[in-house]
Design a binder for this molecule. Structure first.
Ligand SMILES: NCc1[nH]cc(CCC(=O)O)c1CC(=O)O
Length: 314
């Protein structure tokens, strides 16, 4: 139980606020007083393509500054937007239970991916989604897209686009699952590493708070995202092409096991390399690292990405 209110830093988008309120409620249930502190980030005030303004890191940097300046005590991030490099002075204190990490199609007239006519306009700003959609060879047109979830969905309802691809988790948190026309099979489209999971950060020196936040940690979600993020970190050093990864905990012969699938794909869809692995839940880092090295051994490093080094942006 804490006496002074905990200051929870959040972006002010509807999705960020929903995620912050979820963590606020979880902490309140444990008897803590939590107030939300809204932080504006560069990514919230511009609609320029992310790779021109410094990548998804812009969403995170302002929250981290607020933590390090002691303006907030904890920050809630979408884990897929959190850079893989550890931040000095900060600790990832909790990864709470994860939402379904898969991508979804939100199309006009209830259409599924296989119903889309040739030339259909499908919106996404994510090179990972673009690469995997192109690799399917559907003859659809990929149209760049940014902005918050509502803005993206409105492009379908106003007829500008035939469909958009989004994270199911974001729609679930916003109560917008009714817009989903198909949950994309990870056999076709693997989500971003960390997608659907939240990361709660605090100052490393705040050991008492880190221990409180640690009670929100979900070991299966933590292991899954650790494997996915380790894989991404190794690939970031070895290749520039977009990366998808999805690890799931499942009961195996020797207890809980992690099953991870990953893809490295050229943005134009000309090449995609997929691999999977299983291993013990406790060996998440090694599983991720080994799978990344296997992908590199299979030529992932040579997959050319037209988008350049910032291409892993979601
Ligand atoms: N790229 C922005 C972003 N960051 C996290 C989510 C969704 C929620 C999540 O994955 O946890 C989204 C929107 C989207 O990709 O549809």
């Amino acid at each position: 139980m804490t006496t002074t209110p905990l200051r929870l830093g959040t972006r002010r988008s509807a999705l960020a606020l929903a995620q912050a309120r979820y963590v606020q409620e979880r902490l309140r249930a444990l008897g803590h007083v939590v107030e939300l502190v809204e932080i504006t980030t560069k990514g919230d005030v511009t609609t320029a393509p992310l790779d021109r303004i410094g990548g998804t890191g812009v969403f995170v940097a302002a929250l981290r500054e607020a933590l390090l300046d002691d303006r907030v005590d904890l920050a809630v991030h979408s884990l897929k937007d959190l850079p893989t490099a550890p931040a000095d002075g900060l600790v990832l204190a909790a990864v709470p239970e994860r939402e379904d990490p898969r991508d979804v199609l939100c199309a006009r007239d209830g259409l599924k991916l296989s119903d889309l006519p040739a030339g259909a306009r499908v919106g996404t700003g994510s090179p990972r989604r673009e690469a995997q959609l192109r690799a399917l060879g559907l003859g659809i047109e990929i149209v760049g897209l940014r902005g918050n979830v509502d803005t993206r969905l409105s492009k379908v309802t106003d007829g500008t686009l035939d469909a958009v691809v989004l994270a199911r988790a974001g729609l679930a948190r916003l109560g917008r699952l009714d817009s989903v026309t198909e949950v994309l099979d990870p056999m076709q489209v693997l989500p971003a590493p960390g997608q659907g999971a939240l990361g709660i950060e605090c100052r490393t020196a705040d050991t008492a708070l880190a221990a409180v936040l640690g009670t929100l940690d979900d070991p299966a979600a933590r292991a899954a995202v650790t494997a996915e993020r380790t894989l991404l970190a190794v690939l970031e050093a070895g290749c520039t092409a977009p990366v998808g990864a999805y690890a799931e905990a499942a009961e195996g012969d020797g207890g809980l096991e992690l099953y991870i699938r990953a893809v490295v794909a050229a943005r134009d869809g000309s090449v995609s390399i997929r691999k999977s692995a299983t291993g013990p839940l406790g060996g998440a880092e090694q599983i991720g690292r080994d799978l990344a090295l296997e992908l590199l051994a299979d030529g992932a490093g040579a997959v050319v990405d037209a988008g350049g080094p910032a291409s892993k942006e979601e």
